[in-house]
Design a binder for this molecule. Structure first.
Ligand code: UD1
Length: 423
């Protein structure tokens, strides 16, 4: 039997979007929280958990590890009481790069772990050296063997350590926080990542009985406790999905009101919408954007660790800059290979030149529809944003990348009045 070709997203461009959306839960919070649920050994209820293929992958890993996982609407219940297995099969590990965060949870709970390297990915090499060095400092012995990581904790239990990162890696910060939660003694982590998702993970772990201080700041102290229990937790709103839907409305000169998002977490992206000529209204946890007229190109967009401009929003913003008046200089400081959407945007008539980490976008009055292919999650979102304002029908292939991070993207865009269908 042949492989059924994946459906493409077909977008009839040029419709002005206008509507209200309730934001999905954050992918980058839900994944480490589900991972940490394994460590607790209890029963946890995770609310506002987005319906994404990456979340499905995390659930498959949890089940393989022996957890009972059920899902109803946006609530995922993880029963980790019987979990026992300490290995993650290669095919599960490769489904999702962030599965490396399972290493800290498995080592802390089981005293050993065997997983394969998550490997490189579509964003360029994605080393895990910071993760491994930190876990070694906490007493793990890790042997790298033909693409596998064979790990043991000779003392039986990890111990606290002073750990300083040379770069504030999000995943490595999460790995250390999870592993240190039940380690013996205190862990002091400096140059930790400060993303809102780190704070969300800390809130969940704290609800489970962990003692964590400073999450969301550069220095985190974790006082290890003997054991944890399950907890109920609601995942924060997805700030990257928020930026993407606001970009989708802005590029059509339309309007969008988003509820369920924290405007503070969007502090580095909202001023750029204003610089581009959009009006914003913020009330509590609702952000409303109103576009109109041609967008003005922002001069510079430099991606930085939080609270700087997020690398995950770079591609959707590039799609907006592509049709704005003027030039924008993008500097991608987080990942080496995060401009794979550029060639596809150029096929739609965008004028973009890339030199290493720098992309210079010269805005054009309009884009033309084309058959394009997403090669990563946020790059796919950028092609959709571009398709919404292009003349004619754009077909976006490679949608499986997009479904990793956007819950029901067709339904969300339709709710804003877009003409989209799969086919
Ligand atoms: C997380 C997010 C991803 C986001 C990224 C940066 C999740 C599931 N994913 O990915 O959406 O784009 O943060 O905000 O939360 N690095 C090393 N050695 C390491 C670890 C990282 O050199 O051991 C480098 C990476 O190659 C990359 C940079 O650090 O260049 C940032 O990576 P990191 O912050 O770890 O990103 P992730 O946790 O993988």
């Amino acid at each position: 039997m042949g492989v059924i070709p994946e459906k493409r997203l077909l977008i009839e461009g040029g419709r002005r979007l206008d509507g209200e959306l309730r934001l999905q839960g954050a992918k980058n919070s839900a994944l480490p929280i589900l991972t940490a649920a394994f460590l607790t050994g209890g029963v946890s209820e995770i609310h506002n958990c987005p319906d994404l293929t990456d979340v499905d992958a995390a659930i498959r890993i949890l089940r393989h590890l022996g957890c009972r996982v059920s899902r109803q609407e946006g609530v995922v219940t993880v029963d980790a009481t019987q979990a026992a297995d300490a290995t993650v099969p290669d095919e599960l590990m490769r489904e999702m790069r962030s599965s490396i965060v399972f290493l800290g949870a498995i080592l802390a709970r089981c005293g050993s772990a065997r997983v394969c390297f998550p490997g490189g990915c579509e964003l360029g090499p994605r080393p895990v050296d910071l993760h491994l060095a930190a876990l070694r400092r906490m007493g793990a012995v890790i042997r790298e063997d033909h693409g596998s990581l064979d790990c043991t904790v000779p003392a039986g239990r990890l111990h606290g350590a002073n750990i300083a990162f040379s770069f504030p890696s999000v995943g490595a910060t999460e790995n250390v926080m999870i592993a240190a939660a039940t380690a013996e003694g205190r862990t002091l982590l400096t140059n930790a990542a400060r993303e809102p998702e780190i704070l969300d993970l800390a809130r969940y772990l704290t609800a489970c009985g962990a003692r964590i201080d400073g999450a969301g700041e550069g220095v985190i102290t974790i006082e290890g406790v003997r054991s944890l229990h399950g907890a109920r937790h609601a995942v924060i709103g997805d700030r990257i999905a928020a930026a993407t839907y606001l970009a989708a409305a802005a590029v059509t000169g339309g309007r969008c009101s988003l509820t369920g998002c924290d405007p503070v977490a969007l502090a580095s992206v909202l001023p750029i919408f204003e610089e581009m000529g959009c009006r914003l209204r913020i009330e509590g946890r609702t952000v409303a954007l109103e576009g109109g007229g041609r967008l003005r190109a922002p001069r510079h967009i430099r991606t930085m660790p939080y609270p700087g401009f997020p690398t995950d929003a770079q591609a959707p913003f590039m799609a907006m800059s592509a049709v704005a008046e003027g030039h924008t200089v993008f500097v991608e400081n987080i990942f080496e290979n995060r401009y794979r959407h550029v060639s596809e945007l150029c096929r739609m008539g965008a004028h973009i030149k890339v030199e290493g980490r720098v992309a210079v976008v010269e805005g054009v009055p309009s884009l033309q529809s084309a058959e394009v292919e997403a090669s990563d999650l946020r790059g796919g979102a950028a092609l959709i944003v571009a398709g919404l304002c292009a003349d004619g029908e754009t077909a976006v292939a490679g949608m499986h990348h997009v479904y990793r991070g956007y819950e029901d993207i067709e339904g969300m865009l339709r709710a804003l009045g877009a003409s989209v269908r799969t086919g």
